[in-house]
Design a protein around this ligand. Structure first.
Ligand code: GLN
Length: 193
């Protein structure tokens, strides 16, 4: 089973290191031609979702990836990756709940608020329980908050009552960065889908 890691921008190398540690084959997805290589799973890394979304659109990768995710291909989205997957997005400080099919995948039935922790708490780390795994370290960097979930969405982790990880079918998404700590459990969970 081969994992494609979206490598347009952001923390893709750290995900590659996690998969190396697990002995899982992977390659970087940088442009439309890379989509011709066979892959079974997809990782959407952290970074800047607006930049990644525009590059996905410009490279003509958005629609083919959306189709494959909708057809059941496992996907792991972390931080900006969660935002790319979310069906509804709010920018912190704004009121409108926008859907941006032209620059987002929109396959995960959640509403996220971008940059939700404000400047004071822009980056922080904590340790919390994750469904099916146990205690994991969670590092947040200008993270989004999941503020609504659809009926098919399972909540996997919370901090202070806020949802920070979810699963819907073969889609797993975290508001934090599991690739930035040594713990490979979340990647193992994903590779087992
Ligand atoms: N704030 C970023 C965004 O809105 C996400 C930050 C991250 O991926 N660490 O895309």
């Amino acid at each position: 089973m081969t994992t494609a890691i979206l490598a347009l921008q952001g923390a893709f190398a750290e995900h590659a290191a996690m998969l190396d540690a697990l002995g899982e084959p992977h390659f970087e997805l940088r442009c439309h031609e890379d989509m011709e290589r066979p892959f079974d799973r997809l990782i959407l890394p952290g970074g800047e979702s607006t930049v990644q979304g525009r590059l996905l659109r410009d490279e003509d990768m958005l629609e083919p990836l959306r189709k494959r995710i909708e057809a059941g291909m496992p996907v792991l989205g972390t931080c900006a990756g969660l935002i790319l997957l979310a069906s509804r997005i709010i920018d912190a400080g704004a009121n409108d709940r926008t859907i941006r099919p032209e620059t987002h995948l929109g396959t995960l039935d959640v509403t996220v608020e971008r940059n939700a922790y404000g400047r004071q708490l822009a980056s922080f780390a904590t340790t919390e329980s994750f469904e099916g795994i146990g205690t994991v370290s969670m590092r947040f960097i200008r993270a989004p908050r999941i503020i609504e979930t659809g009926d098919d969405v399972i909540e996997l982790a919370h901090i202070d009552g806020t949802i920070v990880a979810v699963r819907q079918g073969s889609q797993i998404a975290t508001a934090f960065h599991p690739e930035l700590d040594d713990d490979t459990h979340i990647h193992e969970l994903f590779c087992g889908l």
